[in-house]
Design a protein around this ligand. Structure first.
Ligand code: TXA
Ligand code: MG
Length: 326
């Protein structure tokens, strides 16, 4: 059921009272708390099982709210990017303002801010009036939720209120850009493509590297389902799947469009839609579905790293990264 006006008012009241609200955005569902309430922020870390050094993203209702004390200053580049891409799947890292406690930034003097492009999120932020700290509403290291049911299944009673805004339109998290000054760089690829950023800025934009900004929370293993994820070339998928099944694995395959008609023997197969937008939208749901079907090994091929393919490949590589041994 889609969230109504009464739900928005109730959710805003929960935030004011120090509670946690699951918020639909265009990227993924967030686990929201009043950013100024350090006890509520502490609960976000506790519910997620996330180390307190991993900073949260502060969500506001519009670019004009930046001057409400959330950031120390807005460099020209940040203003340009906000004007071009907000509301939307772009997060800007800026210098921290006085209303953002260090508890929300993992002790950093910078803060990540974004204006989500979702009517329910925007209505909540407007009704609440402040900034909402919201990481993705999943346990630390696992797959981000793209439906309200994913949130309920994963966090249950640990969330005080779940706003249902339907399935997320983009499906992968926001692009995080260091906009503290100097040449901006991409700290995490996401829903706004590198090509779109370069077109807006009029120059090439580096991914990761040259930034002076520390990025905690970008672990090699992240966005991971229970099943082990192995990345292989598309043409190797049928043979790899057969071999792993013969070794006794329950193999799940995320089948790239190039192999759409190939006969693949596996425990479960999901076919990737031909557009990268549809692939991004479906990605986390595919990983969850293959887990639910009992697969213990997932074979996938990262798409070409252009457009949204960069973010999809980034998430697949992290899902396939080494897991903590504990
Ligand atoms: O699409 C999204 O961005 C979603 C929705 C809910 O808005 N949120 C999200 O939050 O993905 P989360 O907590 O899962 O990822 C936030 C990441 C952190 O892991 C960290 O890498 C980066 O944002 N980050 C946050 N604050 C930062 C800062 N001050 N400097 C550098 N990186 C920061
Ligand atoms: Mg996350």
């Amino acid at each position: 059921m889609a969230a109504g006006t009464g739900d928005i008012e109730e959710a805003a009241a929960v935030l004011r009272g120090g509670g946690l609200v699951a918020v639909p955005t265009e990227t993924v569902y967030g686990l929201g708390a009043n950013v100024e309430d350090t006890a509520a922020v502490a609960r976000v870390f506790q519910v997620k099982g996330r180390p307190p050094s991993h900073p949260l993203i502060a969500h506001v209702a519009g670019a004009e709210r930046l001057s409400d004390g959330w950031v120390a200053d807005v460099p020209d580049t940040a203003r340009l990017l906000a004007g071009r891409f907000w509301p939307g799947p772009l997060t800007l890292v800026l210098r921290r303002g006085p209303r953002v406690p260090l508890e929300a930034t993992g002790g950093l003097e910078t803060v990540a801010v974004r204006v989500p492009d979702h009517p329910v999120a925007l209505a909540l932020l407007t009704a609440f009036g402040g900034a909402v700290a919201a990481p993705s509403a999943n346990r630390f290291g696992s797959v981000s939720p793209t439906t309200a049911d994913h949130v309920r299944a994963e966090l249950g009673d640990a969330v005080d209120f779940v706003l249902d805004g339907g399935p997320c339109r983009v499906g992968v998290e926001s692009t995080i850009v260091d906009a503290t000054g100097g040449i901006p760089s991409i700290l995490r690829p996401g829903g706004v493509t590198r090509e779109d950023l370069e077109a807006a800025l009029g120059h090439p934009v580096a991914v990761g590297s040259s930034s002076r900004v520390r990025v905690p929370g970008q672990h090699p293993s992240h966005y991971a389902p229970r099943a082990r994820v192995v990345l292989v070339e598309p043409e190797e998928i049928p043979a790899e799947a057969r071999a792993a099944q013969e070794r006794g694995h329950r193999v799940g395959v995320i089948l790239p469009p190039a192999l759409a008609d190939a006969p693949v023997k596996a425990h479960a197969v999901v076919s990737v839609p031909p557009s990268t937008a549809a692939y991004a939208r479906g990605l986390y749901g595919f990983l969850r579905e293959l887990d639910e079907l009992g697969c213990d090994l997932i074979l996938a091929s990262p798409p070409a790293e252009e457009g949204l393919g960069l973010a999809i490949a980034n998430r697949l590589r992290r899902a396939a990264g080494p897991r903590p041994t504990a």
